[in-house]
Design a protein around this ligand. Sequence first.
Ligand SMILES: *[C@@H]1O[C@H](CO)[C@@H](O)[C@H](O)[C@H]1NC(C)=O
Ligand SMILES: *[C@@H]1O[C@H](CO)[C@@H](O)[C@H](O)[C@H]1NC(C)=O
Ligand SMILES: *[C@@H]1O[C@H](CO)[C@@H](O)[C@H](O)[C@H]1NC(C)=O
Ligand SMILES: *[C@@H]1O[C@H](CO)[C@@H](O)[C@H](O)[C@H]1NC(C)=O
Ligand SMILES: *[C@@H]1O[C@H](CO)[C@@H](O)[C@H](O)[C@H]1NC(C)=O
Length: 332
Amino acid sequence: MARDGRKGWEAVPTRDLGSYSEPPSARRSGFAACCCSCLPGCALVSGLLFLVFGVLVVIYMQAHVDAYINKLLAFSEDSPTYHAWKEPPVAIKTKLYFFNLTNKEEFLAGTAKPRLQEVGPYVLGEKWDRKNVTFHPNGTLSSQLAKTLYLIEEESVGPETDLITTLNVPMISAAAKVRYEKDTMRQTTSGLLEVLEEYPIIVRSVHELVFGYPDPLVKLAKNVQPPGQSLPYESFGYFVGSVSVVVVLSVSVLKTPSAGPPMLINTGQSDFPQDRRHRAVRWLAAAAPSGTRASANMINGSDGTVYPPGANESTIVYLFARDICTQHGAPL
Ligand SMILES: *[C@@H]1O[C@H](CO)[C@@H](O)[C@H](O)[C@H]1NC(C)=O
Ligand SMILES: *[C@@H]1O[C@H](CO)[C@@H](O)[C@H](O)[C@H]1NC(C)=O
Ligand SMILES: *[C@@H]1O[C@H](CO)[C@@H](O)[C@H](O)[C@H]1NC(C)=O
Ligand SMILES: *[C@@H]1O[C@H](CO)[C@@H](O)[C@H](O)[C@H]1NC(C)=O
Ligand SMILES: *[C@@H]1O[C@H](CO)[C@@H](O)[C@H](O)[C@H]1NC(C)=O
Protein backbone atom coordinates (compact mmCIF):
# COMPACT_ATOMS: atom_id res chain seq x y z
CA MET A 1 0.00 0.00 0.00
CA ALA A 2 2.92 2.33 -0.37
CA ARG A 3 2.96 4.84 -3.11
CA ASP A 4 5.81 4.81 -5.58
CA GLY A 5 8.48 7.46 -5.08
CA ARG A 6 7.22 8.67 -1.63
CA LYS A 7 9.15 7.14 1.22
CA GLY A 8 6.77 8.46 3.83
CA TRP A 9 4.04 6.19 2.67
CA GLU A 10 6.23 3.21 2.97
CA ALA A 11 6.64 3.81 6.67
CA VAL A 12 2.93 3.69 7.45
CA PRO A 13 2.13 0.31 8.93
CA THR A 14 -0.60 -1.69 7.34
CA ARG A 15 -3.47 -3.26 9.23
CA ASP A 16 -2.06 -6.57 8.27
CA LEU A 17 0.25 -6.75 11.26
CA GLY A 18 0.62 -10.49 11.08
CA SER A 19 2.67 -10.41 7.93
CA TYR A 20 4.05 -6.88 8.07
CA SER A 21 7.41 -6.40 9.61
CA GLU A 22 8.00 -2.82 10.66
CA PRO A 23 11.30 -1.22 9.80
CA PRO A 24 13.10 -0.03 12.99
CA SER A 25 12.76 3.63 12.01
CA ALA A 26 8.98 3.30 11.92
CA ARG A 27 8.58 2.02 15.49
CA ARG A 28 8.82 5.39 17.20
CA SER A 29 6.11 7.06 15.14
CA GLY A 30 3.97 3.95 15.49
CA PHE A 31 4.17 4.07 19.25
CA ALA A 32 1.86 7.03 19.67
CA ALA A 33 -0.39 5.96 16.86
CA CYS A 34 -1.33 2.61 18.30
CA CYS A 35 -0.78 2.74 22.03
CA CYS A 36 -3.25 -0.06 22.64
CA SER A 37 -1.06 -2.54 20.89
CA CYS A 38 1.99 -1.74 23.01
CA LEU A 39 0.34 -1.49 26.44
CA PRO A 40 3.13 -3.27 28.34
CA GLY A 41 5.69 -0.74 27.11
CA CYS A 42 3.35 2.09 27.99
CA ALA A 43 2.93 0.76 31.52
CA LEU A 44 6.66 0.32 31.89
CA VAL A 45 7.41 3.87 30.88
CA SER A 46 4.71 5.41 33.05
CA GLY A 47 5.85 3.15 35.89
CA LEU A 48 9.37 4.44 35.49
CA LEU A 49 8.08 7.99 35.41
CA PHE A 50 6.17 7.45 38.64
CA LEU A 51 9.20 5.83 40.19
CA VAL A 52 11.37 8.82 39.34
CA PHE A 53 8.63 11.11 40.58
CA GLY A 54 8.38 9.12 43.81
CA VAL A 55 12.11 9.23 44.39
CA LEU A 56 12.08 12.97 43.79
CA VAL A 57 9.18 13.37 46.22
CA VAL A 58 11.03 11.35 48.84
CA ILE A 59 14.18 13.40 48.32
CA TYR A 60 12.59 16.81 48.13
CA MET A 61 9.44 16.38 50.17
CA GLN A 62 10.98 14.48 53.07
CA ALA A 63 12.48 17.70 54.32
CA HIS A 64 9.06 19.34 54.19
CA VAL A 65 7.38 16.41 55.89
CA ASP A 66 10.06 16.42 58.60
CA ALA A 67 9.67 20.13 59.04
CA TYR A 68 5.92 19.71 59.41
CA ILE A 69 6.31 16.92 61.97
CA ASN A 70 8.90 18.90 63.88
CA LYS A 71 6.55 21.85 63.90
CA LEU A 72 3.83 19.70 65.42
CA LEU A 73 6.27 18.28 67.95
CA ALA A 74 7.67 21.63 68.98
CA PHE A 75 6.08 23.18 72.01
CA SER A 76 3.71 26.01 71.27
CA GLU A 77 0.31 26.99 72.58
CA ASP A 78 -1.44 25.04 69.83
CA SER A 79 0.73 21.95 69.49
CA PRO A 80 -0.74 18.67 70.78
CA THR A 81 2.63 17.60 72.19
CA TYR A 82 2.77 20.65 74.37
CA HIS A 83 -0.60 19.89 75.93
CA ALA A 84 0.37 16.26 76.48
CA TRP A 85 3.51 17.46 78.22
CA LYS A 86 1.69 20.04 80.29
CA GLU A 87 -0.95 17.65 81.53
CA PRO A 88 0.49 14.14 81.11
CA PRO A 89 -2.42 11.91 80.15
CA VAL A 90 -0.98 8.82 81.84
CA ALA A 91 -1.06 8.17 85.55
CA ILE A 92 2.39 7.78 87.04
CA LYS A 93 2.54 5.10 89.69
CA THR A 94 5.30 3.89 91.95
CA LYS A 95 5.03 0.53 93.66
CA LEU A 96 6.83 0.26 96.96
CA TYR A 97 7.80 -2.96 98.69
CA PHE A 98 9.24 -3.17 102.17
CA PHE A 99 11.16 -5.90 103.97
CA ASN A 100 9.47 -6.38 107.30
CA LEU A 101 11.64 -7.88 110.03
CA THR A 102 9.53 -10.47 111.80
CA ASN A 103 11.98 -11.68 114.47
CA LYS A 104 13.19 -8.40 115.92
CA GLU A 105 13.85 -9.71 119.44
CA GLU A 106 15.87 -12.76 118.42
CA PHE A 107 17.78 -10.74 115.84
CA LEU A 108 18.71 -7.98 118.32
CA ALA A 109 19.69 -10.59 120.90
CA GLY A 110 21.99 -12.08 118.30
CA THR A 111 20.41 -15.51 118.50
CA ALA A 112 18.91 -15.63 115.00
CA LYS A 113 19.46 -14.42 111.49
CA PRO A 114 17.03 -11.70 110.40
CA ARG A 115 13.81 -13.12 109.03
CA LEU A 116 12.43 -10.77 106.42
CA GLN A 117 9.01 -10.76 104.89
CA GLU A 118 8.36 -8.76 101.76
CA VAL A 119 5.22 -6.66 102.08
CA GLY A 120 3.70 -4.69 99.29
CA PRO A 121 2.91 -3.22 96.95
CA TYR A 122 1.99 0.12 98.38
CA VAL A 123 1.08 2.05 95.26
CA LEU A 124 1.89 5.73 95.13
CA GLY A 125 0.16 7.85 92.54
CA GLU A 126 1.85 10.97 91.25
CA LYS A 127 0.02 13.97 89.98
CA TRP A 128 2.15 16.33 87.95
CA ASP A 129 1.21 19.92 87.73
CA ARG A 130 3.31 22.32 85.69
CA LYS A 131 3.18 25.84 86.94
CA ASN A 132 4.45 29.17 85.72
CA VAL A 133 4.90 27.93 82.15
CA THR A 134 6.48 30.80 80.23
CA PHE A 135 7.61 30.76 76.61
CA HIS A 136 10.77 32.78 75.96
CA PRO A 137 11.49 34.33 72.56
CA ASN A 138 14.77 32.41 72.18
CA GLY A 139 13.12 29.02 71.78
CA THR A 140 13.10 28.02 75.42
CA LEU A 141 10.40 27.58 77.98
CA SER A 142 10.59 27.74 81.74
CA SER A 143 8.27 25.98 84.12
CA GLN A 144 8.03 24.58 87.60
CA LEU A 145 6.84 21.11 88.41
CA ALA A 146 4.65 20.48 91.41
CA LYS A 147 4.23 16.82 92.26
CA THR A 148 1.54 15.50 94.49
CA LEU A 149 1.98 12.01 95.87
CA TYR A 150 -0.86 9.99 97.27
CA LEU A 151 -1.36 6.40 98.24
CA ILE A 152 -3.79 4.54 96.01
CA GLU A 153 -5.32 2.43 98.71
CA GLU A 154 -7.43 0.18 96.48
CA GLU A 155 -4.32 -1.00 94.62
CA SER A 156 -2.19 -1.41 97.73
CA VAL A 157 -2.03 -4.33 100.10
CA GLY A 158 -2.98 -2.18 103.05
CA PRO A 159 -3.45 1.33 104.37
CA GLU A 160 -0.52 3.67 104.88
CA THR A 161 -0.83 3.16 108.62
CA ASP A 162 0.60 -0.38 108.30
CA LEU A 163 3.57 -0.81 110.57
CA ILE A 164 6.90 -1.97 109.20
CA THR A 165 9.79 -3.21 111.34
CA THR A 166 12.91 -2.16 109.53
CA LEU A 167 16.42 -0.74 109.77
CA ASN A 168 16.99 2.67 111.29
CA VAL A 169 18.76 4.13 108.27
CA PRO A 170 20.04 7.40 109.81
CA MET A 171 21.52 5.57 112.78
CA ILE A 172 23.16 2.86 110.70
CA SER A 173 24.52 5.48 108.30
CA ALA A 174 26.05 7.36 111.23
CA ALA A 175 27.57 4.18 112.62
CA ALA A 176 28.91 3.21 109.20
CA LYS A 177 30.45 6.64 108.74
CA VAL A 178 32.60 6.36 111.88
CA ARG A 179 33.42 2.68 111.40
CA TYR A 180 37.08 3.28 110.59
CA GLU A 181 37.57 6.37 112.78
CA LYS A 182 39.62 6.48 115.98
CA ASP A 183 38.31 4.74 119.07
CA THR A 184 37.40 8.01 120.79
CA MET A 185 35.32 9.11 117.84
CA ARG A 186 33.51 5.78 117.73
CA GLN A 187 32.84 5.89 121.46
CA THR A 188 31.54 9.46 121.26
CA THR A 189 29.21 8.50 118.43
CA SER A 190 28.05 5.46 120.32
CA GLY A 191 27.31 7.56 123.42
CA LEU A 192 25.50 10.11 121.31
CA LEU A 193 23.31 7.47 119.71
CA GLU A 194 22.43 6.20 123.17
CA VAL A 195 21.53 9.68 124.41
CA LEU A 196 19.38 10.25 121.36
CA GLU A 197 17.71 6.88 122.00
CA GLU A 198 18.48 5.61 118.54
CA TYR A 199 18.08 1.88 118.01
CA PRO A 200 19.16 -0.10 114.97
CA ILE A 201 15.64 -1.38 114.37
CA ILE A 202 12.59 0.85 114.26
CA VAL A 203 8.88 0.34 113.82
CA ARG A 204 7.35 2.99 111.60
CA SER A 205 4.25 3.29 109.48
CA VAL A 206 4.43 3.13 105.70
CA HIS A 207 3.42 6.78 105.62
CA GLU A 208 6.30 7.79 107.88
CA LEU A 209 8.87 5.75 105.99
CA VAL A 210 7.82 7.21 102.68
CA PHE A 211 7.05 10.81 103.49
CA GLY A 212 9.33 11.26 106.45
CA TYR A 213 9.35 11.35 110.22
CA PRO A 214 11.35 13.70 112.42
CA ASP A 215 14.59 12.04 113.39
CA PRO A 216 16.83 13.55 116.10
CA LEU A 217 19.98 12.34 114.37
CA VAL A 218 19.06 13.90 111.04
CA LYS A 219 18.16 17.12 112.83
CA LEU A 220 21.48 17.10 114.64
CA ALA A 221 23.35 16.34 111.42
CA LYS A 222 21.67 19.27 109.76
CA ASN A 223 22.93 21.59 112.46
CA VAL A 224 26.49 20.34 112.89
CA GLN A 225 27.58 19.40 109.39
CA PRO A 226 29.66 21.95 107.47
CA PRO A 227 27.64 23.94 104.96
CA GLY A 228 27.62 22.33 101.57
CA GLN A 229 27.46 18.88 103.09
CA SER A 230 24.54 19.43 105.39
CA LEU A 231 21.22 17.82 104.78
CA PRO A 232 18.51 20.31 104.04
CA TYR A 233 15.91 18.32 105.98
CA GLU A 234 15.08 17.51 109.57
CA SER A 235 13.19 14.36 108.91
CA PHE A 236 14.03 11.06 107.31
CA GLY A 237 11.92 9.28 104.74
CA TYR A 238 12.58 7.70 101.39
CA PHE A 239 10.75 10.41 99.51
CA VAL A 240 11.81 13.34 101.62
CA GLY A 241 13.96 15.67 99.60
CA SER A 242 12.09 15.65 96.40
CA VAL A 243 11.36 19.24 97.28
CA SER A 244 8.29 19.48 95.18
CA VAL A 245 6.70 16.49 96.83
CA VAL A 246 3.84 17.17 99.10
CA VAL A 247 1.97 14.52 100.91
CA VAL A 248 -1.68 14.05 100.43
CA LEU A 249 -3.08 11.69 103.00
CA SER A 250 -5.77 9.47 101.70
CA VAL A 251 -8.13 11.07 104.16
CA SER A 252 -7.39 14.73 103.84
CA VAL A 253 -5.32 17.04 101.71
CA LEU A 254 -2.65 18.59 103.87
CA LYS A 255 -1.73 21.56 101.72
CA THR A 256 -1.42 22.54 98.12
CA PRO A 257 1.76 21.33 96.47
CA SER A 258 4.66 23.70 96.31
CA ALA A 259 6.44 23.86 93.00
CA GLY A 260 10.00 22.75 92.41
CA PRO A 261 12.71 25.04 91.09
CA PRO A 262 12.08 26.60 87.68
CA MET A 263 13.61 24.68 84.83
CA LEU A 264 14.42 25.85 81.33
CA ILE A 265 13.87 23.51 78.40
CA ASN A 266 14.19 23.82 74.63
CA THR A 267 10.82 24.05 72.95
CA GLY A 268 12.12 22.78 69.63
CA GLN A 269 10.92 25.88 67.83
CA SER A 270 14.39 27.18 67.10
CA ASP A 271 17.00 25.55 64.96
CA PHE A 272 18.62 23.53 67.67
CA PRO A 273 20.36 20.38 66.50
CA GLN A 274 17.82 17.59 66.41
CA ASP A 275 18.99 15.90 69.59
CA ARG A 276 18.91 19.04 71.68
CA ARG A 277 15.26 19.65 71.16
CA HIS A 278 13.06 19.23 74.22
CA ARG A 279 16.17 18.82 76.28
CA ALA A 280 16.36 20.51 79.58
CA VAL A 281 18.79 23.37 79.54
CA ARG A 282 19.31 24.07 83.19
CA TRP A 283 17.67 24.92 86.44
CA LEU A 284 16.88 28.59 86.56
CA ALA A 285 17.00 29.15 90.30
CA ALA A 286 18.32 26.91 93.05
CA ALA A 287 20.29 24.23 91.26
CA ALA A 288 20.31 20.56 92.07
CA PRO A 289 20.89 19.75 95.75
CA SER A 290 24.36 20.71 96.86
CA GLY A 291 27.05 18.31 97.93
CA THR A 292 26.09 15.69 95.41
CA ARG A 293 27.95 14.02 92.59
CA ALA A 294 28.92 15.96 89.51
CA SER A 295 26.36 14.08 87.45
CA ALA A 296 23.66 15.48 89.73
CA ASN A 297 24.00 18.84 88.06
CA MET A 298 24.14 17.40 84.57
CA ILE A 299 20.71 17.78 83.24
CA ASN A 300 21.18 16.07 79.98
CA GLY A 301 17.82 14.98 78.76
CA SER A 302 14.19 15.51 79.45
CA ASP A 303 12.08 14.63 82.45
CA GLY A 304 10.99 11.52 80.59
CA THR A 305 7.71 12.79 79.23
CA VAL A 306 9.17 14.05 75.95
CA TYR A 307 12.18 13.18 73.84
CA PRO A 308 13.71 14.67 70.72
CA PRO A 309 11.99 13.92 67.40
CA GLY A 310 13.48 11.45 64.93
CA ALA A 311 14.15 8.78 67.52
CA ASN A 312 14.32 5.13 66.57
CA GLU A 313 14.94 1.83 68.36
CA SER A 314 18.67 2.45 68.65
CA THR A 315 18.34 5.96 70.00
CA ILE A 316 19.45 6.39 73.60
CA VAL A 317 16.97 8.62 75.38
CA TYR A 318 18.43 10.61 78.25
CA LEU A 319 16.32 11.57 81.15
CA PHE A 320 17.11 12.87 84.57
CA ALA A 321 15.32 12.43 87.84
CA ARG A 322 15.79 15.19 90.32
CA ASP A 323 14.71 12.93 93.17
CA ILE A 324 17.69 10.68 92.67
CA CYS A 325 19.97 13.49 91.52
CA THR A 326 21.11 11.85 88.36
CA GLN A 327 20.57 11.39 84.67
CA HIS A 328 20.10 8.12 82.88
CA GLY A 329 20.31 7.01 79.32
CA ALA A 330 18.19 4.15 78.10
CA PRO A 331 17.33 2.78 74.69
CA LEU A 332 13.89 3.69 73.51
C1 LIG B 1 5.51 -6.57 110.10
O1 LIG B 1 5.92 -7.46 111.10
C2 LIG B 1 5.34 -7.22 112.36
C3 LIG B 1 5.91 -8.23 113.30
O2 LIG B 1 7.28 -8.09 113.39
C4 LIG B 1 3.84 -7.33 112.29
O3 LIG B 1 3.26 -7.00 113.54
C5 LIG B 1 3.32 -6.38 111.25
O4 LIG B 1 1.94 -6.52 111.08
C6 LIG B 1 4.00 -6.62 109.92
N1 LIG B 1 3.60 -5.62 108.99
C7 LIG B 1 3.00 -5.90 107.82
C8 LIG B 1 2.63 -4.74 106.96
O5 LIG B 1 2.78 -7.03 107.47
C1 LIG C 1 5.63 31.78 89.56
O1 LIG C 1 6.72 32.70 89.45
C2 LIG C 1 6.61 33.80 90.32
C3 LIG C 1 7.78 34.72 90.08
O2 LIG C 1 8.49 34.40 88.94
C4 LIG C 1 6.59 33.32 91.76
O3 LIG C 1 6.43 34.42 92.62
C5 LIG C 1 5.46 32.34 91.96
O4 LIG C 1 5.52 31.81 93.26
C6 LIG C 1 5.56 31.23 90.96
N1 LIG C 1 4.40 30.38 91.09
C7 LIG C 1 4.50 29.16 91.56
C8 LIG C 1 3.24 28.39 91.59
O5 LIG C 1 5.54 28.69 91.93
C1 LIG D 1 16.72 32.16 76.69
O1 LIG D 1 15.90 32.95 77.52
C2 LIG D 1 15.90 32.59 78.87
C3 LIG D 1 14.89 33.47 79.59
O2 LIG D 1 15.02 34.80 79.25
C4 LIG D 1 17.32 32.77 79.46
O3 LIG D 1 17.33 32.42 80.82
C5 LIG D 1 18.25 31.88 78.67
O4 LIG D 1 19.58 32.04 79.12
C6 LIG D 1 18.18 32.17 77.20
N1 LIG D 1 18.96 31.16 76.48
C7 LIG D 1 19.81 31.50 75.52
C8 LIG D 1 20.54 30.36 74.90
O5 LIG D 1 19.98 32.63 75.19
C1 LIG E 1 25.21 14.19 77.95
O1 LIG E 1 25.21 12.87 77.46
C2 LIG E 1 26.17 12.63 76.44
C3 LIG E 1 25.99 11.23 75.92
O2 LIG E 1 26.43 10.30 76.85
C4 LIG E 1 27.55 12.86 77.00
O3 LIG E 1 28.50 12.66 75.98
C5 LIG E 1 27.64 14.27 77.53
O4 LIG E 1 28.89 14.45 78.15
C6 LIG E 1 26.55 14.53 78.53
N1 LIG E 1 26.61 15.92 78.88
C7 LIG E 1 26.24 16.36 80.07
C8 LIG E 1 26.35 17.82 80.32
O5 LIG E 1 25.81 15.58 80.91
C1 LIG F 1 18.51 5.87 64.23
O1 LIG F 1 18.69 7.26 64.21
C2 LIG F 1 20.06 7.66 64.18
C3 LIG F 1 20.09 9.16 64.19
O2 LIG F 1 19.29 9.67 65.21
C4 LIG F 1 20.70 7.12 62.91
O3 LIG F 1 22.08 7.46 62.91
C5 LIG F 1 20.56 5.62 62.86
O4 LIG F 1 21.06 5.12 61.66
C6 LIG F 1 19.09 5.24 63.00
N1 LIG F 1 18.99 3.78 63.09
C7 LIG F 1 18.06 3.11 62.41
C8 LIG F 1 18.04 1.64 62.64
O5 LIG F 1 17.25 3.66 61.69
